[in-house]
Write a protein that binds this ligand. Structure first.
Ligand code: ADP
Ligand code: MG
Length: 256
């Protein structure tokens, strides 16, 4: 699998006078985890929504392997190999773990989710190769034992793993994770960090949005820091942690 290079140049977005993203420029490279961090409301999720085409940018460009994808519809961006997870997990709670992951495998059919779900019993019989591929992904993310369990009854950490498996089922070249560790306990965070490192080692370019600077520092090769929609710092985890403006953004003037 070969990862894609993502580049943002001066990306901007405002909502009725609120500047959500002011001017963000960054590069996420294959073989690396790129961290995007910042306090709540600093524009991280909006940046991800622009990359995946959910929101059009008001300014700037998004390049995937050098190709401008700024004006492209979300399903087309997905078909170019861009997958994501959501800050608030989005799964079909009634569906089993395998069914939810199969939905990712069938994204190329561009069908309505419920339509796909209705046809799943038939798909599950007829498309054994796809089922096997999704079972392999359940194993990759460590939830093979939950294959036939309804997603609605799973722990938070397990639901997050289902969402990651579903994203991987789209065969992404770029995976965007929006605060995947939020709500997880310590043990779940350790397992998640190992999984993200495995995904990077598969050759998938990873962009990791996090609020928790310690979690992202353990994984990221490179970190971009936002505050009030503006990029205030970038560099290695070790470098950004010592920058006074980063410390100030996180801890407030008093502690800086
Ligand atoms: P983060 O993910 O860093 O917490 P967001 O990107 O979600 O931040 O939000 C950045 C700013 O943009 C916030 O002030 C938020 O209220 C605003 N915002 C985000 N999405 C919308 C929207 N759809 N409509 C209006 N304002 C929004
Ligand atoms: Mg967010």
């Amino acid at each position: 699998m070969s990862g894609a290079t993502l580049e943002l140049q001066n990306v901007a977005k405002h909502f009725q006078g609120v500047i959500a993203v002011d001017s963000v420029s960054l590069v996420a490279r294959q073989g690396q985890v790129t961290g995007l961090i910042g306090p709540n409301g600093s524009g991280k999720t909006t940046t991800m929504n622009i990359i995946t085409g959910l929101y059009p940018a008001d300014g700037g460009v998004v390049l995937l392997d050098g190709v401008d994808i700024s004006e492209i519809q979300p399903y087309r961006i997905a078909s170019l190999g861009v997958a994501r997870t959501f800050q608030n997990i989005r799964l079909l709670p009634q569906g089993s773990v395998l069914e939810n992951v199969l939905l990712g495998a069938h994204r190329h059919q561009n069908a309505n989710l419920f339509d796909v779900l209705l046809r799943l019993p038939r798909l599950a019989r007829s498309e054994n190769a796809e089922v096997e591929r999704c079972e392999q992904l359940l194993s990759t993310v460590g939830i093979s034992h939950l294959r036939d369990v309804a997603v609605g009854g799973l722990s938070y950490g397990d639901r997050r793993r289902v969402e990651i498996a579903r994203a991987l089922a789209t065969k992404p070249r770029l995976l965007l994770l929006d605060e995947p560790a939020a709500g997880m306990n310590f043990a779940e965070r350790v397992t998640l960090a190992e999984l993200i490192a495995d995904i990077r080692d598969m050759g998938i370019t990873v962009m990791l949005i996090e609020h928790d600077i310690e979690f992202v520092s353990r994984l990221a090769d490179h970190i971009v820091v936002l505050n009030f929609g503006r990029e205030i710092a970038e560099g290695t985890p070790a470098a950004i942690k010592t920058m006074p403006n980063v410390i100030e953004a996180y801890l407030g003037l008093e502690d800086a």
